[in-house]
Design a binder for this molecule. Structure first.
Ligand code: NDP
Ligand code: GDR
Length: 389
């Protein structure tokens, strides 16, 4: 049985990757942080008591700032593959805590690489590199595009990228960088823009929120579906030779488009008025479709308050602007397609439907339905867990 070690197992990608590796027959070890509140909700459904002989998922306390424990774990577990996904992963937050971000997102990678080298074990290593490293370099971006980081987060990821390349060249380590463009899912952290929007829609329809405040609506991203991207992480470590790959969809859309499509999926049509920080998203019409998702008493209330033409539903709050922004990311995935035969299978529109439906279900609202059907057809192992945590 192959053994994998995942840092960041409690995050969006870590949870999908753990599921995927368990389905491939792996024994999976994950590093979790001590927290005063539970932080394992994304993996609770796959965890079984380690005393059970069937257990194949094991969790260990550790932190990317603590090299002693990282070395101890790597030496004792002796994983065949290490997936290093742990990071302070929020770009906006990295401007507030640049030093911490450098320590965890940057130096954390070196701590793992050194732990591998010093423990002398034979393992393969995956580094969660990011399209943010391309920053101001114009699209489309591929493996040869110049890095031009625009945040402390991106600078830390560039450092980690090159440390990974260096350990490959200096010590012959089987080490790969997956340069992943934005990927989302019902498990996406709630402060990233896609999930913030889909979650707000559910809260608005449940009568728990009456406005959505956003930052830069013009930024363009290449948004894909996270469960497909973790398969690519695994594929990279199964290749003959270690290499670096760009992973994305090849399509790019603005935050504005995401907002419009997500709201129109539940029947709320938005039009934009004004410019810059004065811009507002105003309800222009509400389709019949919305009637099916909300219970009558709430529907009547919302119809007289926020679900009526002219209501200002979206406003700009400059606190969500970044001191330096990444305006346009769009992947050129030629290499991933040609060398590893990987390609994305979920469209932008499908991704939005999936995320909105799961957020509606979470608040006990009736999902529109297409998103749930698409995710089930894709067989990505959605369980009740995805709507109850
Ligand atoms: P998340 O933010 O959802 O997860 C981050 C994980 O890192 C969590 O498990 C978190 O633990 C853990 N972590 C944070 N700080 C530490 C620390 N000091 N010590 C140990 N673990 C820590 O990120 P995603 O799943 O979205 O992304 C996974 C990786 O891929 C990250 O490195 C991210 O930067 C990178 N990436 C993500 C992309 C995306 O679009 N999602 C695109 C490209 C790269 P806890 O749960 O306790 O907070
Ligand atoms: P990003 O994701 O910075 O690309 O990093 P995020 O969803 O935070 O931002 C995407 C774009 O949306 C704009 N935006 C807002 N963003 C947030 N979070 N909140 C808002 O209210 C808002 N309004 C507009 C942002 O300015 C930005 O342009 C993600 C993370 O997962 C990284 O870890 C990963 O490396 C990259 O994707 C690829």
């Amino acid at each position: 049985m192959k053994k994998a070690l995942i840092t960041g197992i409690t995050g969006q990608d870590g949870s999908y990757l753990a599921e995927f590796l368990l389905s491939k027959g792996y024994e999976v070890h994950g590093i979790i942080r001590r927290s005063s509140t539970f932080n394992t909700h994304r993996i609770d459904h796959i965890y079984i008591d380690p005393h059970d002989p069937k257990a194949r998922l094991f969790l260990h306390y550790g932190d990317l700032s603590d090299s002693g424990q990282l070395t101890h774990l790597i030496y004792n577990i002796q994983p065949d593959e290490i997936y290093h996904l742990g990071a302070q992963s929020h770009v906006r937050v990295s401007f507030d805590i640049p030093e911490y971000t450098g320590d965890i997102t940057g130096l954390g990678t070196t701590r793992i690489l050194e732990a591998v080298r010093r423990s002398g074990i034979k393992t393969k290593f995956y580094q969660a590199s990011s399209s943010e490293m391309f920053g101001a370099s114009p699209p489309p971006q591929n493996e040869k595009t110049l890095f031009y980081p625009r945040s402390p987060y991106a600078a830390a990821k560039v450092y980690s990228y090159w440390m990974t390349v260096n350990y490959r060249e200096a010590y012959n380590l089987f080490a790969c960088n997956g340069i992943l463009f934005n990927h989302e899912s019902p498990r996406r952290g709630e402060t990233f823009v896609t999930r913030k929007i889909t979650r707000a829609i559910a809260h608005i329809l449940a009568g728990k929120q009456d406005k959505l405040y956003l930052g830069n609506l013009n930024a363009k991203r290449d948004w894909g579906f996270a469960p497909e991207y973790v398969e690519m992480m695994w594929l990279m470590l199964q290749a003959e030779e270690p290499d670096d790959y760009v992973v994305g969809t090849g399509e790019s859309h603005s935050v504005r488009e995401f907002v419009e499509k997500a709201f129109s999926y539940v029947g709320i049509n938005i039009q934009w008025h004004g410019k810059g920080v004065e811009e507002k998203g105003i309800v222009v019409s509400v389709d019949e479709r919305i009637l099916s998702t909300i219970q009558p008493p709430m529907l009547e209330k919302l119809k007289t308050t926020i679900l009526k033409p002219g209501y200002v539903l979206i406003e700009i709050d400059p606190k969500y602007f970044r001191p330096t922004e990444v305006e346009h990311l769009q992947a050129d995935i030629t290499k991933a397609k040609e060398k590893l035969g990987w390609q994305p299978r979920t469209t932008f529109e499908e991704l939005i439907m999936i995320m909105v439906d799961y957020d509606l279900k979470r608040l006990n609202l009736k999902p529109v339905g297409e998103g749930i059907k698409i995710s089930q057809d894709k067989g990505f192992g959605y369980t009740d867990h995805d709507v109850t945590y």
